[in-house]
Design a protein around this ligand. Structure first.
Ligand code: GLU
Length: 503
C-alpha cells in the first residue's frame, strides 16, 4: 500500500510571509490536493530570539486569503500535534541523546570567543574554518576530551551544544525530485549544531524529528534549503528512518538584474512582495489583487504546464500540477504580469461583489457618491460597463466617475476638435428630440438618435463626438447610449444643456 501523501509548510514566525513563502505553501497545497493528501502547517519557532509577535497569525490569514488553507496545524489537530515546535520542546532532547549514544553526535563546549578566534586565525591564513574531522580533536568536545572530563563539565553545568558527527572521506548520494542526483563530499561539511544547552533544538534537528513524527512523505521547500539536504539525509540515516522525498523549488528572481527578489525591489518599483499588508509594506490583498490572480501568477513562477495555457483556476492547478514540471532555474518575477492576471480575474468577478468593494473603497477614500447613485444596484450596472478596462477596483472611479457626477469641465483638446460653429445648434435640436422620447433604454435611444441624424441629413461625426464630450467630459468611456441610458433621461439632457451654457 502506498502511503498517504503528507506535505508540510514549515515557516518560522520571524516576520511577514514573503510572496516566495506563499509560493512554497501553494506548491505544497497543490501537491497534497492532487494526490488526495494532507497539507500541514507547522510553525518552526525554536529560535526565540527571532520570534516576531503576530507573524503566525499573519501566516494563517495569508493562507486563508489565498484559499489554500491547511488541513492540519495550529487550531486544527489531525492527531500529529502540537504543530508549534515551541510546544514540542520536551520531545527533541531524547533524539539528540540517542544520536550521541549511537556515536553520530557529540557534546561540544567551545566558547564563542574560542570559535571566533579559530575563524579569524583561519581567515588570516586564507583558509576557512570548518568544525569537522579536520579540527574536532583540537577543540573542546566529548571526542577530544576523556569521558571523565566530559562528564565533569556536564555535571558542572557548563554550556554545551550537541553537534552532528559528519563522517570523514565519504560521498553522499542525494536525490531531489527537481534537481535529480546530487553528490556531496562529506569532508566539505561542518558538524552542525543540533541541540543547545538552553534545551532547544536547532532548526535541523527539530525539522527532521517533526517531519518523521508527522509522517511527512514529501518535503517541498525553497532552494535556499538545498545546502541543508546533506545533513538532513544523514540525520535520517543516523536515526534509521526512511527519509521523505525532497523537492527544492527555484528561487524567485528580481524583475531586472541579478539576485533574488527582495523587499527593496518591491519598494523601488512599487509592487507588493507580501500577501497582506505588514506595517508600512502594502500587501497584495490591500493593493486590490484578487486571490485567484495571486495564486495563478505564483503557480507559474517556477512551474510550467508544458502548454501555452496561462490562466488556471485553483482546481485546474490541482489537476495539472506536478513536481516534474517545476524548473531548476530561478523564476523571474514580472510585476506587469501580476497586473495582467488581475485584469483577467476582474472580468470574471461577480459584479455585485465588485460594486460593494467599490463602495467600500470610496468610503475609505472619503468620497461620497450622490445619494441616488450610492447603491449596489446602480454601481453594479456601472461596473458592468467599465470593468473591461479595469485592473483594480480602485480604477473604477478614474474610469467611471462621470456616471456619478456630471462633468464640471471639458477636455480642452477635445473641445477644440469637436465643438464646431454649428455644434451648439445641433445639440440644442438633439435636446428637443430627446425630450420627446419615452423609452430611454440604450437600444431605443441608439435607434432613435441615429434615425434623427439621418432624417436631418446630419453626419454622425457632427453629433456623436460632441455628444460624448458633453456627457462624459472627455472622449472616453463605453458605448455612449449605454452611458446615457444608465444616467437617465433627465441627467443626460441636463448635461447637454449645461454644456450649451458653458461652451
Ligand atoms: N523553518 C524553515 C523555514 O523557515 C523550514 C524549511 C523547511 O521547509 O525545511 O523556511
Amino acid at each position: 500500500m502506498t502511503k498517504k501523501v503528507r506535505v508540510r509548510f514549515a515557516p518560522s514566525p520571524t516576520g511577514p510571509l514573503h510572496i516566495g513563502g506563499v509560493r512554497t505553501a501553494l506548491f505544497n497545497y497543490l501537491y497534497a490536493k492532487k494526490h488526495k493528501g494532507d497539507f500541514i502547517l507547522r510553525i518552526e519557532d525554536t529560535d526565540q530570539n527571532r520570534y516576531v509577535e503576530g507573524a503566525e497569525q499573519y501566516i494563517i490569514e495569508a493562507l486563508n486569503w489565498c484559499n489554500i488553507p491547511y488541513d492540519e496545524g495550529p487550531g486544527k489537530d489531525g492527531g500529529y500535534g502540537p504543530y508549534r515546535q515551541s510546544e514540542r520542546k520536551e520531545l527533541y532532547q531524547k533524539y539528540a541523546d540517542s544520536l550521541i549514544e549511537k556515536g553520530h553526535a557529540y557534546y561540544a563546549f567551545d566558547t564563542n570567543e574560542n570559535l571566533d578566534f579559530h575563524r579569524k586565525d583561519h581567515e588570516e591564513k586564507g583558509k576557512t574554518f570548518i568544525y569537522n574531522y579536520h579540527n574536532r580533536l583540537k577543540l573542546s568536545n566529548s571526542l577530544s576530551l576523556s569521558p571523565e572530563e566530559t562528564k565533569a563539565k556536564l555535571q558542572a553545568g557548563e554550556e554545551y551544544v550537541i553537534r552532528f558527527k559528519t563522517p570523514q572521506d565519504s560521498e553522499l548520494h542525494l536525490t531531489d525530485l527537481i534537481r535529480g542526483d546530487i553528490k556531496i563530499d562529506t569532508n566539505t561539511l561542518d558538524d552542525k549544531v543540533l541541540f543547545k544547552s538552553d534545551g532547544m533544538p536547532t532548526y535541523h534537528l527539530a525539522n527532521i524529528v517533526d517531519d518523521h513524527l508527522m509522517d511527512i512523505t514529501h518535503v517541498i521547500r525553497g532552494e535556499e534549503w538545498l545546502p541543508s539536504l546533506a545533513l538532513h539525509q544523514q540525520l535520517y540515516d543516523a536515526f534509521g528512518w526512511e527519509a521523505p522525498k525532497f523537492a527544492h523549488l527555484p528561487l524567485i528572481m528580481k524583475p531586472v538584474g541579478k539576485g533574488k527578489l527582495s523587499k527593496r525591489d518591491g519598494e523601488k518599483m512599487g509592487f507588493p512582495v507580501f500577501p497582506l499588508t505588514w506595517n508600512d509594506s502594502i500587501g497584495y490583498r490591500e493593493a486590490g489583487y484578487f486571490p485567484e490572480a495571486v495564486t495563478n501568477f505564483l503557480a507559474l513562477l517556477g512551474w510550467n504546464p508544458g502548454t501555452e495555457q496561462e490562466i488556471f483556476s485553483l482546481e485546474e492547478l490541482i489537476s495539472t500540477f506536478s513536481l516534474e514540471r517545476v524548473n531548476k532555474s530561478g523564476a523571474r518575477f514580472d510585476p506587469d504580469k501580476t497586473k495582467w492576471y488581475n485584469q483577467h480575474y476582474m472580468q470574471i468577478q461577480d459584479n455585485t461583489v465588485l460594486a460593494n468593494a467599490f463602495m467600500l473603497h470610496m468610503n475609505t477614500k472619503g468620497i461620497t457618491l450622490p445619494n441616488d447613485k450610492n447603491n449596489a444596484e446602480f454601481v453594479k450596472l456601472v461596473v458592468d460597463l467599465i470593468k473591461e478596462r479595469a485592473t483594480f477596483v480602485k480604477d473604477f472611479w478614474e474610469l467611471g466617475n462621470y456616471f456619478f457626477l456630471a462633468p464640471s469641465e471639458y477636455d480642452e483638446k477635445a473641445v477644440k476638435k469637436q465643438w464646431k460653429e454649428d455644434t451648439a445648434s445641433i445639440m440644442g435640436q438633439l435636446v428637443s428630440h430627446l425630450e420627446g422620447l419615452d423609452d430611454f433604454g440604450s437600444q431605443n435611444l441608439e435607434t432613435q438618435v441615429k434615425q434623427w441624424i439621418t432624417e436631418n441629413e446630419l453626419s454622425f461625426g457632427k453629433v456623436m463626438p460632441p455628444l460624448r464630450l458633453v456627457i462624459v467630459g472627455e472622449m472616453k468611456g463605453p458605448h455612449i447610449f449605454d452611458i446615457m441610458a444608465l444616467i437617465g433621461k433627465t441627467d443626460s439632457i441636463n448635461r447637454i444643456k449645461t454644456a450649451l451654457s458653458l461652451l
